[in-house]
Design a protein around this ligand. Sequence first.
Ligand code: CA
Length: 313
Amino acid sequence: MSARKIIIDTDPGQDDAVAILLALASPDELEVLGITAVAGNVPLALTQKNARIICELAGRRDMAVYAGCDAPLQRALVTAEHVHGKTGLDGPDLPDPTMALTDGHGVDFIVEILRAHASGTVTLCPLGPLTNIAAAFVKAPDIVSRVQEIVLMGGAYFAVGNITPTAEFNIYVDPQAADIVFKSGAPITVVPLDVTHKALVTKPRNDAFRAIGTPVGTAVAQMTDFFERFDREKYASPGAPLHDPCVTAYLIRPDLFTGRFVNVEIETTSPLTLGMTVADWWGVTDRAPNATFLGDVDSDGLFTLLTERLARL
Ligand SMILES: [Ca+2]
């Protein structure tokens, strides 16, 4: 079987970094066509730079990295330095990138790639706010039907919210973009907090990253040590959730995850619940299903996969 072609749309972010590294470490399963940065965890100037830092850490200076949208479609940008630190990649001391950004806009790259490849052969992997994806769909509606699948990290249902009581960060930052994507008709798989809050970086799992003993293993250990370090107290859990790598892990090992094909709609107006992913898990409405909403993960299997693959870089 040939490797699945993907575009990673991202706002690094330590967990984005680990998701990218997992993809780059898995060329038999995943062919990364390019990386598009978006404003989210930190502003675009940092997310596009961080994406290049991660490519260089992985020895992939050849990777195409594009800057995309620097603000949500309609709202002012909300960032999360309280989680990720000032740079977005706090933890390890990684050098500034020497590879250049690729010329052109990330949104145009998404449009061009989907038009250039056979329909149904390119998967989009959004790991941040859905601004770039929605902007591409609005600019070029013909590409929607060409998307093989969108596998995104975002949303929450039983796990409720992490930025407001009802909203997950990525969806909350750009709910209008999320609404466009969820209504697009493209096949969608959602990796919500319901899953990522079961993917906890416990001390033994962090030790396993460090024990890889390579620059990548050490950096991942330092990043996952820093990232969401408040969460152990916030959620009273034995480790912090590792969100975005669940997306690339799902593409490599879907058997580690379970979920339901349900209707998911985005709240775009209520001041109380803005950005909520209203998932009809119990099928109590007649709204048509539009997304596979994952609910569980074999977390031991996930971390075994991560540790084994990261050791290849
Ligand atoms: Ca992210």
